[in-house]
Design a binder for this molecule. Structure first.
Ligand SMILES: [Ca+2]
Ligand SMILES: [Ca+2]
Ligand SMILES: [Ca+2]
Ligand SMILES: [Ca+2]
Length: 256
């Protein structure tokens, strides 16, 4: 029976029922290791699992390239995955939580319904990334600067007439690697948000994410991705049925 329980446990692990991301600022669970040897390699940013949505936009250096001011303000990558009842994010950036020269990475903006007409400037959810409100999620936030052509946004308040704080996501904002990228530090934000805080998106819903930065100095958006977690009731059910059958056999053996 013990053997059967470990087999079923291994099976559940295999189908991903008990695995998820650990919110610790380490990106090995995303299968990426940016600036692995102290320099830029595009391949370092490619996640192991093709189901992970991501965008990479490391500052290419040189005149005219965004962000203005270069490496200190660089938003480098945004990763997204959903699993079970949770949404997961990871952000890679040169901006620490205390900012640089008064510039900060402030919030993650979500256009959940992929409809620019619903939500202030289309983005009907906001997640605070730093400060006392870090991790707090607001429905119908008020964005504090113009969002013309989806240019980056500074920040949001949750004090509009319809605004509601829906709850707080687990969030870690931490130093990832010191001095590895053009002699600047690299920071990681890792987030786990209950889908209930974000309007309970359904399988194959299409949404857009946008990171806001003071002054819109750098742009990082993940547009038109779908929520692709499909509950695997059949595999879980099969595993549980197997466990039940094994239990029954063990019970009968004992009885006899
Ligand atoms: Ca992690
Ligand atoms: Ca960079
Ligand atoms: Ca960038
Ligand atoms: Ca919208």
């Amino acid at each position: 029976m013990k053997k059967m329980i470990s087999f079923v446990a291994a099976f559940l692990l295999l189908v991903g029922v008990v695995s998820a991301y650990t919110i610790d600022g380490d990106l090995s669970d995303w299968g990426v290791d940016p600036f692995s040897d102290g320099t830029y390699h595009a391949s370092d940013f490619v996640p192991a699992d093709p189901d992970i949505d991501y965008i990479e936009d490391d500052w290419p250096a040189g005149p005219g390239s965004m962000p203005i001011g270069g490496e200190p303000f660089d938003l480098e990558a945004l990763y997204f995955d959903d699993f079970g009842g949770y949404a997961y994010f990871a952000i890679v950036t040169s901006l620490g939580s205390s900012g640089v020269s008064g510039y900060y990475m402030n919030a993650l903006a979500l256009d959940l319904d992929n409809d620019p007409e619903w939500g202030d400037q289309g983005y009907e959810y906001g997640i605070k990334l730093r400060g006392a409100d870090a991790g707090k999620v607001c429905y119908l936030p008020v964005w504090t600067a113009a969002f013309a052509d989806r240019d980056p946004e500074a920040d949001f308040t949750c004090d509009g007439s319809d605004s509601v704080w829906t709850g707080t996501a687990d969030l870690v904002y931490t130093l990832f690697k010191a001095g590895a990228d053009n002699s600047h530090n690299t920071y990681v934000v890792e987030i786990e948000a209950n889908k209930g805080l974000l309007g309970t998106p359904q399988f194959q819903d299409i949404s857009d994410w946008h990171i806001t930065q003071t002054c819109g100095n750098d742009i990082l958006e993940l547009n038109g991705f779908d929520w692709d977690y499909l509950p695997e009731f059949t595999t879980v059910g099969a595993a549980l049925a197997l466990l039940g059958a094994a239990g029954y056999v063990a019970y009968r053996k004992k009885k006899n």
